[in-house]
Design a protein around this ligand. Structure first.
Ligand SMILES: Nc1nc2c(ncn2[C@@H]2O[C@H](COP(=O)(O)OP(=O)(O)O)[C@@H](O)[C@H]2O)c(=O)[nH]1
Ligand SMILES: [Mg+2]
Length: 362
């Protein structure tokens, strides 16, 4: 899964990347004009405990790819088309919004106004989508003309959908707010509409405001949370500094600064997994205890395919234990003895936190 960090210049994108990927990045800040990339592991306490229960030699976390994009210009100039093009492959957008005051760092729009910046960037994404939708609408109309009236059904249906999108975008509504059905989403999947992607707004707040994080987030959620959209507040610079410290010093520092107990990286990455509509299941063993992700509603046989294509092909059934039960029991054998293990077939929809052992035959 690819996560794109976007936002105005000097909003703190690169600083946030450092807070999220401390230790996984080449030294120094990346240049303001280049896209940097980091692969980060999603912290998962439940996975840690499962691994500890079986003394796993290896623990494998979910991984996300973070891309730190150059600053977005908004308004008359707008963002360059190639920047918007590269964004289209992202699975989720993280908009880093300047909320810190620091006078020595100029804001491209000259004042600190997070609500304005969120709206301005959204508008750029809306314009970009509108251009895509208009192009597609014209093309459908041309194509439809070359078909016999009886063969136009699918194109007519798509045309109706594209018109609905156009109307919404012209009213400055993002595609993600329209509550499209799974079928409609599939129909649109090739167009990579930017406002159809889930969006996490990150308010980059002053260190001095860190003790009020929860309060700031609650107020911002009222305005900016919605379907597939959320907002969190992070003091990116302080978090980036703390991320460099060993664990015990970090905890002390967090208390001193009044930073939330849970590290920003952990909060943001977990929020990201949930906005992506992913659920996490586990395979637990002494060699490797492993977190896997699938989209909600995935049947067990497909989930097995995430582990290995042979396991999908030879799927017989899945032994499933809820991770809370597993942790209480301490092992597969004990959970089974307690009656916590279920046998599920190919169509079983994997649930958040399942510990799964697939029986297969190849
Ligand atoms: N005071 C303060 N400065 C910050 C914060 N976040 C970033 N900065 C500073 O703002 C400048 C721009 O940050 P950077 O992460 O490079 O922004 P980018 O252009 O969005 O990548 C740098 O000098 C950062 O040290 C913050 O939360 N507080
Ligand atoms: Mg940068």
């Amino acid at each position: 899964m690819d996560i794109a960090l976007i936002g105005l210049a000097a909003s703190g994108k690169t600083t946030l990347l450092h807070a999220l990927a401390a230790g996984h990045l080449p030294g120094g800040h990346t240049s303001p004009t280049e896209t940097a990339m980091a692969v980060v592991k999603v912290p998962d306490e439940r996975l840690d405990r499962l691994a500890a229960a079986v003394s796993a030699r290896k623990t494998t976390y979910l991984e996300l790819r973070l891309m730190d994009f150059p600053g977005f210009s908004v308004g008359r100039k707008g963002p360059p088309p190639q920047l918007l093009g590269t964004l289209s492959t992202a699975d989720l957008l993280v908009h880093v919004v300047r909320s810190f005051s620091e006078e020595s760092i100029p804001h491209p729009l000259e004042s600190i106004d997070p609500d304005r910046d969120i709206a301005a960037l959204e508008l750029e994404l809306i314009f970009a989508d509108l251009a895509v939708v208009e192009r597609r609408t014209e093309r459908i109309q041309v194509e439809a003309r070359s078909l016999a009236a009886g063969a136009r059904g699918p194109l007519d249906r798509e045309l109706a959908l594209q018109r609905r999108l156009k109307e919404a975008l012209e009213a400055e509504k993002p595609v993600r707010s329209l509550g499209l059905t799974a079928e409609e989403k599939t129909l649109l999947s090739g167009f990579n509409l930017l406002t159809g992607k889930p969006l996490l707004n990150v308010l980059n707040i002053d260190e001095a405001d860190a003790p009020r994080t929860a309060e700031i987030e609650a107020a911002a959620r009222e305005k900016h949370a919605g379907p597939d959209a959320d907002v969190i507040a992070i003091a990116a610079k302080a978090e980036a500094d703390v991320a460099e410290l060993p664990a015990d010093e970090a905890a002390e520092f967090r208390r001193e600064l009044g930073l939330p107990e849970q590290a920003a990286a952990e909060r943001l990455l977990q929020e990201t997994v949930s906005l992506l509509g992913l659920i996490t299941f586990y395979t637990v063993g002494p060699q490797d205890t492993h977190a896997w992700s699938v989209s909600a509603g995935t049947p067990a046989v497909k989930a097995a395919g995430r582990i290995h294509s042979d396991i999908e092909r030879g799927f017989i059934r899945a032994e499933v234990i809820d991770s809370a039960d597993f942790l209480e029991a301490g092992s597969h054998a004990e959970a089974k003895r307690r009656g916590n293990q279920r046998l599920e077939g190919k169509t079983y929809e994997v649930r958040e936190g399942d510990v799964i052992n697939v029986l297969f035959n190849v």
